[in-house]
Design a protein around this ligand. Sequence first.
Ligand SMILES: [Zn+2]
Length: 369
Amino acid sequence: MIDVVALTRGLVGLDTVDKAESEALKSLAPLLEGAGFTVAISEHEPGRGTLVAEWRTELDVPPLCLSGHVDTVPLGSAPWRHDPFGEIDGDRLYGRGASDMKGGVAAIVLAAIRIAAATPRRAGLRLVLTAAEETGSLGARHVARSLLGGPSGPLVIAEPTGNTVVHGHKGALWLEALATGVTAHGSMPSLGDNAIYKLARAVSRFQDHRFEDGPHPVMGSPTLNVGTIQGGLNTNSVPDRAVATVDIRTITGQHHEEVAACLARAAGPDVKLRPLVDLPPVWTDPDDAWARSVAEIVRQVTGQAGEPRAATYFTDASVLTPALGSVPTVVCGPGEAEQAHVTDEWCSVTRLAESVEIFERICADWCAV
Ligand SMILES: [Zn+2]
């Protein structure tokens, strides 16, 4: 059988920078079908598929769900010293997506195949391999609507954590703030209504905004960042349009409609807010019985005990966890979090092999093979 390093390298060799996820998934589908999985690839736009693979059982213990995304971010403008489409040097497999997160996807697939070869079993498995996670979990949203159904067991997301257990992550609420006005000649500003002044007042209120919620004992406090601002077309005109984008990272217990309403009050009546990305936070109590069993498996395989942790980045769990019925969820994968999106991204070959073993044991524990 193909090993995890070869499978990861094969995936890294396919260019899925914001496209062509279906091609990568078609290379995995025969492996899963050969192991007895029923596989469906559903595209949210041409060439951009999300794969759902089911390995069913007659018993009614709901299936464990394993998930990862196959799209990657662009290579960036800095030149790479290593081949961005796959190169092995010592313990490192270099390439875009090695850590985030084709290594995690390869480990999920191989662990699932190994478990499917073993019988008897108590519960089935479901794999969800998604498109377009990096641009707001579009593939996960697509299958959440069209393919997921019936009760589900817990969810593992194989995003890069260096094979440690992460119990959740912040949510992301991205807002567009728009101010409009009336244009006039720049030498006669009193005849116009300056949109930049309106937006600037709102932006400085955003800077001073203090969230009442939190801090969460593990996630910390919510954050807010104004990431972009644009306004005006030329120096000698009063600008009639100005727009900013705001990135809010929320903690469990915050509801995004309330956060958006609060920000709208802070912005004032001159500025209209519109959500661009709305992904809720995800959190599983580290004392949850299944989460504890996962932490123990990870400790046995890696020798690292690990404290309860949360990530600041979001994952497809923001969509999949609620779609599956708010199931217990952990993030655990072989990539290194700090390698995500960087030039000369790499994943440790040792961690890839460890990860297959971790996933295999997590599956065996749930499916009671
Ligand atoms: Zn990722």
